[in-house]
Ligand binder design. Structure first.
Ligand code: DC
Length: 207
């Protein structure tokens, strides 16, 4: 059973995908982390994230980079969004994601193009959204918890910029697959969103 969970930044798709994986006892891959690792590696190489060649070189990052706590910060998220525009980067990361998805027993993957490009044949596709204001609020609370200093306005601006880049890029833009179930979690708290998503997956499987 392969479950694709896509959606914009800070929509809660990661939390939902992880909970689905735990509930259905499936391995889970956060594909954003791959793009974040490339973004961080470009920075470590003193490269330019907007340059396709520099970004492609950075796809050779060592796996130890996954342990770097910087990977989850806003700055790396911005770098990830920039390197993810290059088709060369997307194809360099394709096989790794595809292999993970096709492992025996299935998997849960979250990202931007899982249901459209990486695994169009996924058994269940969810597209998680929430308003920009709500996504900014959630991200801000998360940053507060981690004692990172950033204003709500700065986060909101960053989310708008990243949405624009993710939606408007030519290669594999962020969009819901035609057969995806779109879930707007703006008015849900975390537990409600998880419960609704698990129910949605179960009902898709029962059909
Ligand atoms: O989900 P995230 O915020 O960790 O993703 C960071 C960036 O990586 C996002 O702005 C766009 C890119 N990304 C992508 O292009 N395709 C994916 N499947 C996952 C992430």
């Amino acid at each position: 059973m392969i479950i694709a969970v896509d959606g914009p930044t800070a929509s809660g798709k990661g939390t939902i995908a992880k909970a689905i994986a735990a509930h259905f006892q499936l391995p889970y891959l956060d594909t954003g982390l791959l793009y974040r690792a490339v973004g961080k590696q470009v920075w470590l190489n003193d490269g330019d994230p907007d340059n396709a060649k520099d970004a492609l070189v950075a796809t050779q990052f060592p796996d130890s980079l996954f342990d770097n706590p910087d990977l989850r910060n806003e700055e790396t998220g911005g770098l990830a969004s920039r390197v993810s525009i290059h088709p060369e980067v997307r194809s360099a990361l394709y096989e790794r994601q595809r292999e993970f998805a096709m492992q025996e027993g299935g998997a849960v993957l979250d990202g931007r193009d899982i249901g459209t490009i990486i695994v169009p044949e996924a058994d269940v596709k969810l597209f998680i959204t929430a308003s920009v204001e709500e996504r900014a609020r959630r991200r801000w609370l998360e940053m507060q918890d981690r004692e990172l200093e950033i204003t709500l306005v700065a986060i909101e601006q960053d989310i708008v910029a990243r949405d624009a880049r993710d939606i408007n890029r030519k290669d594999a833009p962020l969009r819901a697959a035609e057969d995806a179930l779109v879930m707007d979690t703006t008015s849900f708290d975390k537990d409600q969103a998880i419960e609704a998503a698990i129910e949605a997956v179960q009902s898709q499987l029962d059909r």
